[in-house]
Write a protein that binds this ligand. Sequence first.
Ligand SMILES: NC(=O)c1ccc[n+]([C@@H]2O[C@H](COP(=O)([O-])OP(=O)(O)OC[C@H]3O[C@@H](n4cnc5c(N)ncnc54)[C@H](OP(=O)(O)O)[C@@H]3O)[C@@H](O)[C@H]2O)c1
Length: 306
Amino acid sequence: MDHKTSRILLTGSNGQVGRELQHALQPLGKVLALNHSMLDLANPEAIRHTVREFKPDLIVNAAAYTAVDRAESAQELAMVVNGVAPGVLAEEAKRSNAVLVHYSTDYVFDGSKTTAYIETDVTHPLNVYGATKLAGEQAIKASGAAHYILRTSWVYAAEGANFLNTMLRLGRERPELRIVDDQVGAPTWARAIAQMTVQMLSRQQNPAADSRYGLYHLTATGAVSWFGFAQAIFAAAEQTMGIPAPRLIPITTSEYPLPARRPANSRLDCSRLGSAFGIQPAAWEKMLAACLQEKASLQATAHPQD
Ligand SMILES: NC(=O)c1ccc[n+]([C@@H]2O[C@H](COP(=O)([O-])OP(=O)(O)OC[C@H]3O[C@@H](n4cnc5c(N)ncnc54)[C@H](OP(=O)(O)O)[C@@H]3O)[C@@H](O)[C@H]2O)c1
């Protein structure tokens, strides 16, 4: 890309990935970062108007309806935001020769495969969220716009509503936590997602005819269960922040019923990202350590006396 003249429209700029992208995209051009209140993806006319006014060369869609359990009873809204809006963004991208970057999820799969999923594996979402995200992927593909769809998994960041922060909060409140041990995936740091996205875009030679457009899996390397992830979180938090670990009890999914079903196997094979762009994601343990370092330093800045 011509980094000096790029105009970049970022949606969902207050989300975990959106916040990181807001910083990471800066070297690539002029970034118009829009949060939910500035651009509501449930409003297709607002999307069209915004894109036509700003005339971006690149659209990065980090907005999504991500409340997996709530989506089961808010199917219509989840479909408009996750299924319809990406198609509108893609139509607008096509119309103005812009490139669209969009994020999708491991929840497009049913988890019945015994090894990691590759991009061409058959999709079969188990829940409404997964079905709406799949509809978004399909709408983008159908538009004919130049695009990257990046499927990621188990996203967390130092701030925001995520498993890491839920664990640290519950760990302070309760002596014992029961955590699901029969769902396996790759916890992925939002900052790493943003950085790898920017690496891909920086390695894009010719935006008008890049043969590498398409669908990619982009997660941390390795895999762990939620229980194993919780163990690693408390081990690292004890070291970096002196937070004592609660007792952790492994349980099965059936012992912790939730409105939305989740895949048992969420592992995504990222070799396509490696062969097309030479990008090798870091191990999930390394990402977790880096994020907790950042969290510790944020806390030290917020409470210098502690
Ligand atoms: N989180 C995960 O574990 C996970 C896993 C796999 C894939 N992904 C995908 O990765 C991408 C980034 O996820 P994330 O973890 O950064 O999610 P996030 O932290 O929940 O951020 C999503 C952002 O989208 C905004 N949003 C929701 N509805 C919107 C609407 N109608 N119009 C405009 N903005 C809206 C939210 O704003 P409000 O909070 O103000 O509503 C929020 O700032 C998404 O495509 C997601 O599907 C996430």
